[in-house]
Design a protein around this ligand. Sequence first.
Ligand code: NAD
Length: 283
Amino acid sequence: MQIIDGKEISNRVKERVKAEAIALKDMGITPTLAVILVGEDKASQTYVASKEKSTIACEMGSVAHKLPESTTQDELLALIELLNADDSIDGILVQLPLPKHIDSNKILEAIDPSKDVDGFHPINVGKLNSGLDGFVPCTPLGIMELLKEYNIEVSGKNAVVIGRSNIVGKPMAALLLNAGATVTIAHSKTKDLAKVCQNAQIIVVAVGKPNFLTADMVNDGAVVIDVGINRLDNGKLVGDCDYDNVAPKCSMITPVPGGVGPMTIAMLLSNTLKSAKNRKLKG
Ligand code: NAD
């Protein structure tokens, strides 16, 4: 059994992004990410701070807009319009979740698809599902990078994605399908999940429940990608997998922490660089 080291691969991605960002700077281009945070959610504040820090560490520009909880939908839309029109901004990210009085779909649809580095705009969702080049959500994109770096063949494999969110499950399934896997998407209404999983050579679990994926569900030699991030009462961070019992059955597995998690920010930086190159290098 081999542990997939997301920390190491994410560092490699960041080094690559940084080298390219420095080369662009020599040409007078600073790839710049604008992050919008609405409200006081502690977890969101931590995510935004870490995105800002990583962006700056990769020699890219970082602009943060921290707005009060009382911000109206129209005020947020007006800010997005300004950022869409600002040529110095390459990527726009709205930290989710937004306060309840704001319609997230309206906000995500307002972002210029060419600056949509989170890949949530319907145009980019459509491109992904059509196999066209666009922006792909960072977590599933990071998982594909891990599979590539560890030479895990996807084509012809049976893959099960557990979870059908727009952020992880659905784009993950599309990427695996585009890469030639036979993909099953399982979710809360799926019957006999164990049987569905036992047929898989690759399992991606993105449910958000500790110990959800148990050893009896996993085929000998399977690759298990654990997307879950769960904080236990004792403060420990765990994934969705019963790791101690599942890992011995796997050929490869991602740990939590240190697996998928670090890849998400790395791919955000990579998408921001891609946007700058698309927008400022291509005629
Ligand atoms: P979500 O709550 O939007 O989706 C959870 C999915 O799990 C749903 O589609 C649901 O159908 C499915 N599900 C729930 N109960 C189930 C059951 N009994 N059987 C089968 N499926 C079931 O969550 P999300 O945003 O996709 O995130 C999932 C997990 O991944 C969370 O723990 C989240 O914190 C984590 N996450 C991690 C990263 C990262 O960077 N590593 C990024 C995004 C999300």
